[in-house]
Design a protein around this ligand. Structure first.
Ligand code: UN1
Length: 512
């Protein structure tokens, strides 16, 4: 694979970096990373040991004392240059993301674009770290707020977006004056190494010290746990499953640290009797099949009005038959493999559960065998199943391309009740051309999710909005809007420029 060489990647690589330097171990543990596309080894990555962890933290602490004092727009300028680095490597990085995760090349390129976009956004944000000024109740007093850098942020990311989610956190954090330590998913460390190499070049060319962007590839028990428990890391941004996120959140909370959580979704699209199906069907298919059903925002449940149920089912089956499954590096593939065999196993377990719980398979349900699929054994058919919302399997997030078809009768409130009857609350969408239905969906009694879309699917959010969800999704917000505030410490300032000392609330405290 030419792009691996072009990105400066080798067969054996260290997975520990201070941002400018790489730390190598002669006898360290390595992990072998194979592509789910063809089962070939991409690289052997050397993992961090306990002593690396302390070194990385100390280097980051040192860097923070310098980085936080650089004017924010100057920090933003560095992020702009890093963004240009990603821009000029977009094609190669996109191919790597595709080869390492199995997502189609269009989506690999889209992910790198998301990374570039967040760099551009962060560069602009660096001039807008606004504090508010308000009025004091006391004469000759001034009351305002300011935002200061927080410190080291620990970024723990998942395999499905091996670059973009790191970018949301690291780039916004960096313009806020924070330094970051990234622990990528152990399934996709090569994309992380490639990104780190681009960052390193920019840091070196701009004479910046080590420790601003660190990378720690290592085991969850060794590296992940240390980050979660470390008081020197005031903020942990965690992306992953609800179970792992619950552990992360409670561990960080026990030391009264901060966390930003982006956990599971169980996203639904409602198709009302007023839906324009020429929009709805392609949106549903992209939402359910994109990234082989492995996005947090993947459409998992389709809540269809009784009057359209048969039509929608028929059109979906027709669309699913046309899905090209194959090597995701080929421009004609709509869907590549799942990330690994464990993921295939969860797909199969979910299918068995659907049947046991009374559901009906409508389309798909098979692991693909024979050439060219055998090399990795991770290719599966996208699947449609008719179910009821309360089935235990439907209440869970299975990270696979299984779309549940659920029928509703009555008005849009019935559909909303079903939509909200899950523990997760990330993304939601409605397809309707009826203004009243759309507004009910958006009202206080409507969708309870962090993302609510009208005539757009559940996945593929732009970076400009705040990204995240409610309930078991964890409540965190990342990326655009005012998500930057979570990466800073907020300070309320009251100044007295008078010559007396009036107390707030009119309290009198006279001493002679
Ligand atoms: C994720 O799956 O963790 O909205 C992130 C989307 C992408 C990000 C998904 N922009 O689908």
């Amino acid at each position: 694979m030419e792009f691996l060489k072009d990105l400066g990647l080798k067969k054996i690589m260290p997975g520990i970096s201070t941002g400018t330097d790489w730390i190598t171990h002669k006898n360290g543990n390595t992990s072998t990373i194979c592509s789910p596309v063809d089962g070939q080894v991409i690289a052997h990555v050397q993992k961090a040991a306990a002593e690396d962890y302390d070194h990385i933290i100390q280097t980051a602490q040192k860097a923070f004392s310098l980085w936080r004092s650089l004017p924010a727009p100057q920090r933003g300028n560095i992020i702009r240059i890093i963004g240009d680095g990603f821009r000029s490597h977009k094609g190669k990085l996109g191919s790597l993301v595709t080869y390492e995760t199995g997502k189609p090349i269009q989506e690999g390129l889209g992910e790198v674009q998301e990374l570039i976009d967040i760099c551009d956004f962060s560069a602009g944000q660096s001039r807008m770290l606004y504090g508010m000024t308000t009025v004091s109740e006391r004469p000759s007093h001034r009351l305002f707020e300011q935002y200061h850098p927080l410190g080291i942020i620990g970024i723990i990311t998942a395999f499905n977006f091996p670059l973009a989610v790191w970018g949301w956190n690291a780039m916004i954090g960096a313009v806020c004056g924070d330094v970051s330590i990234w622990k990528p998913s152990s399934r996709t460390p090569v994309s992380a190494i490639a990104a780190q190499k681009i960052v390193a070049k920019v840091l070196q060319q701009n004479n910046l010290p080590e420790g601003i962007f660190s990378l720690l590839i290592g085991d969850r028990d060794l590296i992940g746990e240390r980050l979660l428990n470390d008081r020197r890391v005031p903020l942990i941004s965690f992306t992953g499953s609800v179970a792992a996120g619950r552990h992360a959140a409670t561990t960080v909370a026990a030391r009264l640290g901060r966390s930003i959580l982006e956990l599971g979704g169980n996203n639904a699209i409602i198709i009302t009797e007023h839906a324009d199906l020429s929009l709805a069907i392609p949106a549903v298919v992209f939402g359910a099949v994109g990234t082989a059903g492995q996005r947090c925002t993947t459409t998992r449940r389709l809540i269809i009005h009784d009057s359209l149920f048969a039509t929608v089912k028929k059109q979906l089956v027709r669309a699913y038959k046309s899905i090209q499954i194959g090597n995701p590096l080929s421009a004609t593939s709509h869907m590549g493999p799942l990330i690994d065999r464990n993921a295939v196993q969860s797909y199969l377990l979910a299918l068995a559960a659907i049947e046991n719980q009374g559901g009906t398979l409508v389309f798909g349900g098979k692991v693909l065998e024979g050439a060219p699929y055998d090399a990795s054994c991770c290719y599966v058919q996208p699947t449609l199943a008719e179910v009821q919302n309360h089935f235990p399997i439907v209440q869970e997030e299975t990270f696979a391309p299984i779309l549940y078809l659920i029928r509703y009768k009555g008005d849009v409130n019935q559909a909303l009740a079903l939509q909200n009857q899950v523990r997760q609350g990330l993304s939601s969408a409605i397809f309707t051309t009826d203004y009243r239905q759309a507004e009910i969906f958006l009202s206080a009694a409507g969708s309870d999710c962090g993302i609510a879309n009208i005539n757009i699917g559940t996945s593929g959010a732009e970076i400009g909005g705040a990204f995240g969800g409610e309930k078991e999704t964890g409540g965190g917000r990342e990326s655009g809007s005012d998500a930057w505030k979570a990466y800073m410490r907020r300070q309320t300032v009251t100044g007295n420029y008078g010559s007396s000392l009036p107390l707030a609330q009119g309290i009198r405290f006279d001493i002679s």
